[in-house]
Design a protein around this ligand. Structure first.
Ligand code: ATP
Ligand code: MG
Length: 318
């Protein structure tokens, strides 16, 4: 990590969730929250909890939802200097409710929140100038202008010999313009070192259906590593001459939100520390599994000590 912090840019939100299973929000119901959230924020918080230097370019409102997030990130050791506090916009929010089939319904306030107004500031430039790795979170592209910020960060980090990871993290509710999204997707793929797709994001990224063929197609486009997230089935990594698979740890899933972000943050942090892909995958699986046992997207972030203990306790099942 001699090259400097792992950084990202994107939304910070609070998440408020229904405590009952069902469809949507069309009648009064018990809710729990606010919990700190936003995929890029969860990612950065998890890197920081592992002791890695980490920072985020973002914006919150001058309200308790914003303060809650900043305090959590600060407490966990993340660099919050590039989070702008906007006086005239509320902090972003997401209401979420699980359906019986495991699908989720959302009501988002992101586009018109502070998160929708993230811009390049002096503090953001200063963070970029120190960074050694950029993680691009697909969900962030719903924010106008975030593409330019991330491009500048990628160019700056690459010029110093740093690295780039990309989690396409496409949520159907957040995909704006299809054609535009595809173009951006291809641009990032051409500069990324590590791709972290989950499920069908792999075949979407490759434009090829079958898994092995999709992996090969993407590796031939310049990515050096692909790590595929398979939920309760675990994960796999692929490089040009190597492959590894890791079964998931067996846990009771209480709340799957944030698993992919904590998984990705742990994999990136481990690789940046020089750990092997197999060891990194195992730690990442443990981080993802721990996350789903806690309610709240950022409540299950882990330290290395917690991951080691978890792996030890679940050794026989993995
Ligand atoms: P998200 O819903 O946050 O976008 P994702 O789709 O990006 O998640 P997942 O594959 O759901 O990513 O989860 C990431 C990793 O977390 C998995 O590869 C696995 O290691 C771990 N994980 C997720 N769900 C479970 C589970 N139910 N049991 C055990 N491990 C899990
Ligand atoms: Mg995901």
């Amino acid at each position: 990590e001699s090259l400097g912090p792992t950084i990202t840019a994107g939304e910070i939100l609070v998440e408020i969730m229904s405590t009952s299973v069902g469809n949507g929000f069309l009648e009064p119901m018990p809710l729990v929250g606010p919990f700190p959230s936003g995929a890029p924020a969860i990612f950065v918080d998890q890197v920081a909890r592992l002791g890695g230097a980490a920072g985020i370019i973002s914006a919150v409102g001058d309200d308790d939802f914003g303060r809650l997030n900043i305090e959590r990130l600060k407490r966990d050791g993340a660099d919050v200097s590039a989070i702008e506090v906007l006086p005239d916009a509320p902090t972003g929010s997401a209401f979420v409710r699980y359906r019986a089939d495991g699908e989720r319904d959302f009501v988002f306030n992101i586009a018109r929140s502070a998160s929708g107004q993230i811009r390049m500031t002096d503090a953001a430039r200063a963070l970029i100038s120190r960074a050694g790795h950029v993680h691009v979170m697909g969900s962030a592209f719903a924010i106008p202008g975030i593409g330019r910020i991330l491009s500048e960060a990628v160019a700056s980090v690459k010029a110093r010999g740093g690295t780039v990871s990309f989690d396409p993290n496409v949520r159907k509710e957040l995909v704006a313009g299809q054609g535009e999204a595809k173009k951006r997707f291809d641009e990032i793929l051409s500069v990324a070192d590590l791709l972290l797709p989950s499920g069908e994001e792999l075949s979407v990224a490759a434009g090829v259906d079958e898994e092995e063929a999709a992996v090969q197609a993407l590796l031939s486009r310049g990515l050096s590593e692909i790590v595929l997230k398979r939920g309760a089935l675990g994960s796999s990594f692929f490089s040009r001459n190597d492959r590894g698979d890791c079964l998931a740890f067996r846990v009771d899933e209480l709340d799957p939100t944030g698993a992919g972000d904590c998984f990705g943050a742990t994999y990136v942090t481990c690789r940046r520390q020089g750990r092997s892909p197999v060891e990194s995958l195992r730690y990442a699986n443990a981080a993802g599994a721990r996350t789903v046992t806690r309610q709240g997207p950022m409540e299950g972030v882990s330290t290395f000590a917690e991951l080691d203990r978890f792996v030890e306790e679940n050794r026989l099942e993995a």
